[in-house]
Design a protein around this ligand. Structure first.
Ligand code: PBG
Length: 326
């Protein structure tokens, strides 16, 4: 009789043994919680396509950040929904804009007890719903990065820790870094959506943030999901331009790129588990087809295992809760 010469099951014999050899960990401190704040809103509004996610009025922001902080989640990612949109996206860099107000309020209340990050993009703020300034039907790169820099400055003035450009314009990190430094904000860090893919996983977010493009799509600026080398070039370019944290987005269908980025570069890597990833789980869990908690764990651990240091996820609060229970 031939016996197996290697018995990997030996290390799986008990819960304690499995704990001892566990390679990947997940903690609330790995999570970044997205927060939607809407101008002129009186009460919280549920996002139809993302169960348990809400848009908040400014008055509720401190409560929400308090809840997030009590769960030991160290960071939030703010998204604003303005009342007025125009061609230049001017409410995005208004010093009294909704995100700027939220930032200063949180900073005042929480001091350095919460890392405040905010999206730097134009699509919620432009009439076109595009992430840049348009000329005709063209999304203009160089005027867009000027505007993105203005947004970053206005957020820095309000007290931001980390600006997070997600417009996928060439040179956005360099322009923003220079603008921040010139204005005396050299301590403000940049977490760029470095390899943000043109993805159908964003559709629930467009419902949450009212930022669907009015014409065309985002194919001229977001990375095609067929091109891994191009994605890595995006990451490399951001690093050369002085980014502090790179991000791969979405997460679950892009684990190969998270792993490749971790292997190649010595820089913190964030993964953004986007709205569609959340909605798929929620949809199936509501039907009773999957166990929400177990599948969420598996997804988040996989993203960590691939090499992400931190995860932006709509599961942040629920995951922090179950991580603290176990
Ligand atoms: C654009 C932006 C988008 C997301 C984050 N920032 C939408 C887009 O590019 O269409 C998507 C995030 C998600 O789906 O959770 N500012």
């Amino acid at each position: 009789m031939s016996f197996p010469s290697k018995r990997l099951r030996r290390l799986r014999t008990s819960e304690k043994f499995r704990e001892l050899v566990q390679e990947t960990t997940l903690n609330p401190s790995d999570l970044i919680c997205p927060v939607f704040v809407q101008e002129d809103l009186k009460t919280r509004v549920k996002v139809e396509s993302m169960s348990e996610i809400e848009r908040l009025p400014l008055d509720d922001i401190n409560d929400e950040v308090g809840t997030i902080s009590d769960l030991n989640i160290p960071a939030i990612m703010l998204f604003g929904i303005p009342t007025k949109k125009d061609d230049l996206g001017s409410s995005a860099f208004d010093e009294n804009g909704i995100v700027q107000k939220a930032i200063s309020q949180i900073r005042k209340n929480f001091g350095d007890k919460m890392v405040i990050m905010a999206d730097v993009c134009l699509c919620q703020y432009t009439s076109s719903g595009h992430c840049g300034i348009i000329q005709g039907e063209k999304i203009e790169n160089d005027s867009s990065i000027e505007t993105l820099s203005k947004i970053a400055i206005s957020q820095a003035k309000a007290g931001i820790d980390t600006v997070s450009p997600s417009a996928m314009m060439d040179g956005q990190v360099k322009a923003i870094r220079k603008a921040l430094d010139d204005e005396g904000f050299s301590d403000v860090s940049i977490m760029s959506h470095s390899a943000k893919h043109r993805s159908s996983f964003y559709s629930p977010f467009r419902d949450a943030a009212e930022c669907a493009p009015k014409f065309g799509d985002r194919k001229t600026y977001q990375v095609p999901y067929t091109n891994a080398r191009e994605a890595i070039r995006e990451v490399e370019t951001d690093i050369n331009e002085g980014v502090d944290i790179v991000m791969i987005k979405p997460a679950l269908s892009y684990l190969d790129l998270i792993a490749e980025t971790r292997r190649r570069f010595n820089i913190p890597v964030a993964a953004y588990s986007v709205s569609g990833e959340y909605a798929l789980v929620k949809g199936a869990a509501t039907q009773g087809w999957v166990d929400e908690k177990e599948i969420t764990k598996e997804i988040l651990y996989s993203i960590k295992r691939a090499g992400a240091d931190m995860i932006v996820t709509y599961f942040a609060k629920s995951a922090a809760k179950f991580l603290q229970e176990s």
